[in-house]
Write a protein that binds this ligand. Structure first.
Ligand code: PLP
Length: 405
């Protein structure tokens, strides 16, 4: 039986749905590993990986098996009772990441909000900041999610506009600027919240040594360093956590996205004993946070990431991909950057909007997403092979040298 035309799905979405996204004109119905298929049976190499939520590849069979098994046994108990998956999830993720305490949530934004609440509480109860005065430092061009608390400290106009009034208590400094961090810290500063690499801003990598300096400043001033690794974490940059490239340890680490391999929303706040230790019964929670289905899925997602060598593969294939992108001779390209399989090509403004190159890539059999007008991000699942990277590079070169005249 043939499926309804693509335009039919798209027009219905547009009629009934809030139009808060501008998707490419492709309707997907199946995925496996690095590939997805549309309703017409066309195959694409997925170079977005749902913003790095499917690092383990689409429909990974072991995560699927864990999900199906758990779904038939027990899905939700709420935290009013214990369940037999939560303790194992805590233990395994704490051991893998070297953390002392874990707070399970669902979306990435919830993990960020939970971290903000926790460090404020820590500030008042441990650091001794006067009540209501806690300050958190964040970076310009950050992306930490879409809730009200978070968009209030965004510097992107579209993200903030007409959503106010916003919560106070945030200071914005330039990313990658140590002197600015030093100047912004006051006795009331409880935390510095930052992405190791700014993903949504267009894969912006800070200067070498920046995070070593950040770690020193935070330690010297008793400021909690919160690394939002929701996108950079879990192998994306070729290490389990991006902080490992810098040889530092955050006080609070945020994970989400690939924590479930794309099956289910699972996020977590990881911290030392101090920060999450301030939360007492009744002070924070989530109906679905820490549910047995989420825990079983996350445990499998973490296991395959490590056991199947995906982190090492991301490092190897990332280098190959980056080298290949750099060798593309096209006057449309202004800059190529990346770490591991978190890559981006920034186009010359004269080349026009990145979106049309994404449309051209779609025709070539690659799905990629533009970010910020002139940048195309490439972030395939971490199970990509050398042959697939080489195939992608040929297609990308073709799309970038295409004449739109
Ligand atoms: C995606 C993302 C978030 C938000 O995660 P959601 O699950 O969409 O709420 C937060 N921080 C970073 C760095 C992200 O990439």
């Amino acid at each position: 039986m043939s499926s309804p035309p693509v335009a039919d799905f798209i027009s219905r979405e547009e009629r009934f749905g809030a139009r808060n996204y501008e998707p490419l004109g492709v309707v997907l119905s199946r995925g496996e590993g690095v590939f997805v298929w549309d309703t017409q049976g066309n195959r694409y190499l997925d170079c977005l990986s749902a913003y790095s939520a499917v690092n383990q590849g689409h429909c990974h069979p072991k995560i699927l098996a864990a999900m199906v098994e758990q779904a038939g046994r027990l899905t939700l108990t709420s935290r009013a009772f214990h369940n037999d998956q939560l303790a194992l999830f805590y233990e395994e993720i704490a051991e893998l990441t070297g953390s002392h305490k874990v707070l399970p949530m669902n979306s990435g934004a919830e993990a960020v909000e939970s971290a903000i609440k926790s460090v404020r509480k820590w500030g008042y109860e441990v650091k001794g900041v006067p009540d209501g005065q806690a300050e958190i430092i964040v970076c310009a061009n950050n992306f930490h999610g879409r809730t009200l608390g978070i968009v209030g400290f965004s510097t992107d106009a579209a993200t903030r506009e007409h959503f106010g009034p916003f919560a106070p208590g945030f200071k914005i400094i330039p990313f990658g600027d140590l002197a600015a961090l030093k100047d912004a810290i006051t006795p009331n500063t409880v935390a510095f919240l930052v992405e190791p690499i700014q993903g949504e801003a267009g894969v912006i990598i800070p200067p070498a040594g920046y995070f070593t300096g950040v770690r020193e400043l935070c330690t010297a001033h008793d400021v909690m360093l919160i690394l939002d690794e929701i996108q950079t974490g879990l192998g994306r940059t070729g290490k389990l956590l991006a902080e490992q490239h810098e040889g530092i340890e955050a006080d609070v680490t945020l994970l989400g996205k690939a924590l479930s391999g794309g099956f289910y929303p699972v996020s977590a706040v990881l911290s030392n004993n101090e920060v999450l230790g301030t939360l007492k019964p009744g002070q924070h929670g989530s109906t679905f946070g820490g549910n047995p289905l989420a825990c079983a899925v996350a445990r499998a997602a973490l296991r395959v990431l490590v056991e199947e060598g995906m982190i090492e593969n991301a490092a190897v294939q990332g280098e190959r991909f980056l080298k290949g992108l750099r060798s593309i001779r096209a006057n449309t390209v202004r800059d190529v950057r990346g770490r591991g399989l978190m890559l981006a090509v920034e186009l010359n403004p004269e080349a026009g909007r990145a979106r049309r190159y994404c449309d051209a890539l779609q025709t070539e059999g690659i799905l990629a997403k533009d970010t910020h007008e002139h940048t195309i991000r490439f972030a395939p699942p971490l199970v990509i092979t050398s042959d697939q990277v080489d195939w992608a590079l040929e297609r990308i070169a073709a799309a970038l040298t295409q004449d739109f005249a």
